[in-house]
Design a protein around this ligand. Structure first.
Ligand code: NAD
Length: 328
């Protein structure tokens, strides 16, 4: 029996998928996960830094009932990439037949991963923000860019404050949104940027107190997306609600990890879990003045669901993309 696997590059991915497809897929997949239709163990990290490689990668497997596919995203952050002109984050996706294990496709995960990362705060804000007029983005890198791109397609935004250690990064970020229907403000000072902000996103490579409790107004939604701590502890301790995409993963990485290790946070701490909210089992925001502190860690089922949509579109189109018979 032939075992034909498609090899799908990043350009082909973008010919078959657009940003709207990804945003919708993130919302639908979170809901399906909340309805128990996806099997997804927590991701595991391979940290290579002790062996002199400035990098780590996560293995993120899942099975999705509604697409009838199983797959895995392998995604990492590589500190040397920028010098080579490559993005910090590199991703690949394997899609398999769940009944036989036969490889269906090997897909460049770069565009899919970056875009689904940006779609997450757009959907979370849709359900958890009380206002969306003033948005602060701390971390003007690639994931910051896709976050604003996706948020601008779902939310009414009037002003975006752009923060980053690097003024080049801030300027380059702002230039990408030339002509946008909202004001962009170059903001080197995090405190100034956070004051009176409705939504604050942190999406950096830092491990630092980028946001302080005293800077957050009532009703604000803070979403941390970087892989390490990005707020001071009191932002978490004093929040009216803690929200996550995936509780188990959130206890082991990102902004909530250190307080979880100190025994201050456990599974029960999360009053808002996105898949549960979308499946109608949790309420989400309870009142307009609550300060919500959220961590979005990223779930592999989003990438595999988007990859499955892509695969089905390519098969339906009849286009002869590169394929390898793995029995040969
Ligand atoms: N949650 C998710 O689903 C998800 C998915 C992919 C990547 N990530 C994470 O998002 C983060 C950003 O990734 P990226 O691809 O945008 O990287 P990037 O290198 O393109 O951008 C990171 C930006 O953060 C800035 N920065 C670093 N330290 C800072 C500080 N102390 N204050 C202000 N700005 C600072 C850098 O100058 C840079 O512009 C990483 O931690 C990555 O692991 C999260």
């Amino acid at each position: 029996m032939e075992e034909k696997a498609l090899i799908i590059g990043n350009d082909t991915v973008q010919r078959y998928l657009n940003v709207e497809d990804v945003i919708q897929c993130v919302e639908d997949t979170w809901r399906q996960y909340g309805e128990g239709k996806i099997i997804m163990p927590p991701k595991i990290t391979t940290d290579m830094s002790s062996k002199g490689i400035d990098g780590w990668f996560n293995s993120m497997p899942c099975y999705i009932e509604f697409t009838n596919t199983a797959g895995i995203k392998v995604v990492g952050g590589y500190g040397e990439n920028k010098k080579l002109g490559l993005p910090f984050i590199k991703a690949n996706i394997l899609l398999t037949d769940p009944k036989t294990g036969i490889l269906l496709a090997l897909i460049s995960g770069d565009w899919i991963s970056d875009m689904r990362t940006g779609a997450q705060p757009a959907i979370m804000a849709k359900y958890l923000a009380s206002k969306t007029e003033i948005v602060t983005i701390i971390g003007a890198g690639l994931q910051g860019y896709t976050s604003l791109l996706c948020m601008s397609k779902r939310l009414e935004i009037k002003e975006v404050r752009v923060c980053d250690l690097s003024s080049d990064a801030r300027q380059s970020f702002i230039s990408k949104f030339a002509g946008a229907p909202f004001k962009l403000v170059d903001c080197p000072d995090n405190e100034e940027a956070c004051k009176d902000s409705d939504i604050i996103i942190t999406v950096t490579t830092a491990n630092a107190d980028l946001v302080k409790d005293a800077w957050i107004k009532k009703g604000a939604l803070v979403m941390t997306m970087g892989s390490f701590r990005e707020t001071e502890y009191d932002v978490i301790r004093n929040a009216d609600m803690l929200a996550v995409d995936h509780p188990e993963q959130a206890l082991h990485r990102g902004n909530f990890k250190e307080l979880a290790e100190k025994g201050e946070l456990s599974f029960e701490a999360f009053g808002g879990v996105m898949p549960e909210i979308l499946a109608g089992r949790q309420k989400g925001r309870k009142n307009a003045t609550d300060r919500i502190c959220a961590e979005i860690v990223g779930m592999g089922c989003l990438d595999v669901a988007i990859a499955s949509l892509l695969y089905n579109r390519i098969i339906k189109s009849g286009e002869k993309v590169t394929a390898v018979d793995l029995t040969k």
